[in-house]
Design a binder for this molecule. Sequence first.
Ligand code: GTP
Length: 405
Amino acid sequence: MSPSALLPDGVGIAHLPNQRHKIVSKRGAKFTLMVCGESGCGKSTYVNTLFTSGIKDPKKLHLRHTKQTEKTVEIEITKAELEEKNFKVKLTVIDTPGFGDYVNNRDSWMPIVEFLDDQHESFMGQEQQPTRAGIIDLRVHACLYFIRPNGHTLKPLDIEVMKQIGSRVNLIPVIAKADTLTPQDLAKFKRNVSRKGGERALLICLTHHPSITQILDVIHAQGIQIYSCPIESDDEEVTSTNQRIMDAMPFAVIGSTEDITIGDRTVKGRQYSWGVAEVENEDHCDFKKLRTLLIRSHMHDLISTTEETHYESYRQTQMETRKFGEQKPKKYENPKFKEKEEQLRLAFTEQVKKEENRFRQWEAQLVSERDRLNKDLEAQHAQIKAMEGELEQMYQMHHRGPMRR
Ligand code: GTP
């Protein structure tokens, strides 16, 4: 299947005006997407699903070797090249290790935030070089934050991490494993669809799902920055697509690379005793809307907001707080190195103590030597004085008068 068949509406710049479309087409684009969130909430499965249902280009695609169910332990990068009507997109997807497994989870998500800063830092450094050809740019244009479908609300850990990420890159909240919503929720959902009918009703239902409303409420109350794009356009159809996509935020997704046959259709989905949760079925989840946002309708906006808002804000902050050429201070220490650093610190303190003792002993030796010399000097002085006295007496005895000096 050709990429155009998989992406019937084009990639990346579908909504740009003609003139701009031509300029951007010529250059092509590089788009970097990152996924992060708690361990085991379906990030790797989502990435694999994305690559097997919509942006597959077998010649250029490099899929990870990790099995779907394996825990991601280090940052994994997958690349693909998409081409549509002479417009090329170099797509990079970064899968990050999940966090939240420890009692103190602070250190576990810091490498992700550090990674985001490092990409801005590295780009800024390369920009300041005399030759700027061959710049390596891994600045993240969109970060999908996977929220566990607990049906309640955001956890304090989610809030903390989302705050950090949202102030650095375009943050897009995603509700993971949308198929695990309770039967009651599903029943309510079905009733709403059958009562009101049509997709609009489905949207109302999705966006007013209690957990979704609560998540958005918390996001707003906590001042978490999430991605939002201009909705209005000259083209009414584009405006309504933008509205439809943005209304679905936070996107509820289902991940699966399994092909399941339902009658004469083969779909990607998850097979349950009660039926199939389909990845690309808009009645089941927002996977398709999110994919459209990322690789078609809003890719250009995500790239330009990264450049103009997020990178620019990083650059300005660094320019205001650092001297030219000064290294970026490490905000977060790598826990792996902490132990080693502590050992080195102790060894150093021990060494200093030993040297200090040696110095004290040496000082004491010097003082006692000085005292001994002083005593000798005093004794010699006394001896001389005594000899002088004797000499004086002898002189007086011979010359009957005081000695002339
Ligand atoms: P880490 O690598 O530990 O960060 O995990 P992860 O977030 O990458 O999760 P992963 O994709 O490895 O999925 C964990 C488990 O969840 C696997 O058993 C998946 O099959 C399952 N899973 C993934 N997506 C979905 C989904 O949409 N619905 C359901 N029900 N299960 C899912």
